[in-house]
Design a protein around this ligand. Sequence first.
Ligand SMILES: NC(=O)C1=CN([C@@H]2O[C@H](COP(=O)(O)OP(=O)(O)OC[C@H]3O[C@@H](n4cnc5c(N)ncnc54)[C@H](OP(=O)(O)O)[C@@H]3O)[C@@H](O)[C@H]2O)C=CC1
Ligand SMILES: O=C(O)C1=N[C@H](C(=O)O)C[C@H](O)C1
Length: 242
Amino acid sequence: MTAIGIYGSAGRMGRAITDQIEQAGATFAGGCEAGDDPSLIARAADVLVDFSAPAALEAHLVAARDAGTPIVVGTTGLGATQHAMIDAAAADIAVLQTGNTSLGVSLLGILVREAAARLGTDWDVEITEMHHRHKVDAPSGTAIQLGEAVARGRGTTLAEIRVDGRAGLVGARTEGTLGFGSLRGGSVIGDHSVIFASEGERLELSHRADDRSLFAKGAVRAALWLANRAPGRYRMDDVLGL
Ligand SMILES: NC(=O)C1=CN([C@@H]2O[C@H](COP(=O)(O)OP(=O)(O)OC[C@H]3O[C@@H](n4cnc5c(N)ncnc54)[C@H](OP(=O)(O)O)[C@@H]3O)[C@@H](O)[C@H]2O)C=CC1
Ligand SMILES: O=C(O)C1=N[C@H](C(=O)O)C[C@H](O)C1
């Protein structure tokens, strides 16, 4: 049986993942919280999952790499530095990084890329997301991933087109840009909409998560898939065969 270790095990996702491990036919290799030695579970586990915090990721990747243990990175709020760390670790171990472990969001990414490729830049694109009041990063990892899908469809990069947090006298919209809107409140698990707006019509592609166990099941599925993979950087699309 595959033994799964969890970084951020006491958090909302960590607890939800722990609940899913047994019924997926795997075992729990142990958890790790801030202040614990990350190398202990890296050596005990066949595969690791990280749902902790961006500032913690480097130590977790170092521990995974030293132990030769594959790792699923579900933590969001990552910047260029963390992505470079993931790329470096992926030279030696299998690393799967995703802002969303659900099947629906992976498929949504494909539909969004296709829509962006087929609709001209006279169709404005905006992405909205809503999450629970405890979420600390914005835009969500999923929203950024969907923004990257728009950019790929348009043959550009997200950095080239993104507009964050409009406020005040910002002027009229610049053609070809992509705006993000983030809402926070209550216990919302995770809602995302990609809105294509043209003169006189709008196309909205949306995903709503009803239960956090959805992400936990996806994380365990990704971990089991990753456990014996060759070194490299993988995506949820690889797991799902999309
Ligand atoms: N990819 C996906 O599908 C999903 C990704 N997420 C992402 O997962 C992450 C966690 O979310 P969530 O569970 O809701 O958040 P929580 O705040 O509930 O959990 C995070 C956990 O990580 C712990 N932690 C913080 N720093 C460290 C550290 N240095 N070493 C080990 N553990 C640490 C926290 O401990 P403490 O409380 O003591 O700080 C806490 O227990 C977020 O980035 C979120 O956006 C969430 C859902 C789905
Ligand atoms: O913090 C959360 O809860 C979630 N985070 C992920 C993200 O940032 O996209 C995925 C999901 O929407 C829930």
